[in-house]
Design a protein around this ligand. Structure first.
Ligand SMILES: [Zn+2]
Length: 260
């Protein structure tokens, strides 16, 4: 995804200083606001109906190559361009999501959206630039990610770094919980949150999965069927929150994603 380094710096500084900056204090200087505006990164909020969002997600995900998205993830491992990582998990969900309508009150049983949504695109962009995305399985984020893909130069589909990383997981004999496994990945450049998001992306793509809580590569899991573990506090995305390193890797998923 093409974004200039100054825009990244401005966006990160708007939201984060040793923690989230209070919403009342997220002010930009005139020159920073102008810079974002010139580079079209002042995204604002988008008001859309459920059916518009789903229509966009379905249409934009068709004809996208999973292998090219896998290559972007792969290349991000050495460049630490975390913003390139989640396209693969967004596309994996979108291609299997049924086109559907929801006009009733309450959340949609399939995707979890209400009939009308106001999407804060700036905060989604910040989370994507900071950690590689956070709300990976929320359909608003999938919509946003697919929208950014149009501005993305998909590169030569080389997935070697990703294959190498994941195949090395196979050699381990540990039995670590999802959060401990992510924290143990010292071979991945970056901080704890970046590693957790990376693992969560691999979980959505079915590479790291619990046998009973599989990812989205072969089927779309309706929002109302995503059971959460019985823990007080869960900060990992579904279904990676269920993972344990004793389950190893799903080689078929890795092959499917890196060959298509
Ligand atoms: Zn829905």
């Amino acid at each position: 995804m093409d974004i200039d380094s100054k825009s990244i710096k401005i966006i990160k500084a708007k939201y984060w200083k040793n923690g989230w900056i209070d919403s009342s204090k997220r002010n930009l200087s005139d020159s920073d606001a102008e810079h974002l505006s010139i580079h079209h990164w002042n995204l604002g909020s988008a008001k859309l109906s459920h059916d518009q969002i789903i229509g966009d997600v379905v249409s934009k995900s068709r004809n996208v190559s999973l292998k090219e998205c896998a290559a972007l993830l792969s290349q991000s491992l050495s460049t630490r361009k975390v913003q390139d990582r989640s396209f693969i998990s967004s596309v994996a969900q979108a291609v299997n999501m049924p086109n559907h309508s929801h006009t009733e009150n309450g959340p949609c049983p399939i995707c979890g959206l209400y009939k009308e949504s106001e999407i804060d695109q700036d905060v989604l962009l910040f989370e994507k630039l900071m950690w590689g995305g956070v709300r990976l399985t929320q359909i608003e984020y999938v919509w946003f990610d697919l929208k950014l893909m149009n501005r993305n130069n998909l590169q030569e589909a080389n997935c070697e770094d990703l294959i190498h990383l994941v195949m090395d997981f196979e050699k381990r004999n540990d039995k670590l919980s999802a959060s401990k496994f992510a924290a143990s990945l010292k071979e991945v450049k970056g901080n704890k949150s970046e590693r957790e998001i990376l693992c969560s992306i691999l979980g959505v793509c079915s590479i790291l999965q619990h046998p009973e809580h599989t990812g989205f590569l072969m089927q779309y899991w309706p929002a109302n069927e995503r059971q959460l573990p019985n823990q007080h506090f869960i900060d990992l995305a579904w279904p990676y929150c269920w993972y344990n390193s004793s389950f190893g890797i799903n080689k078929n998923a890795l092959e499917t994603l890196t060959n298509k």
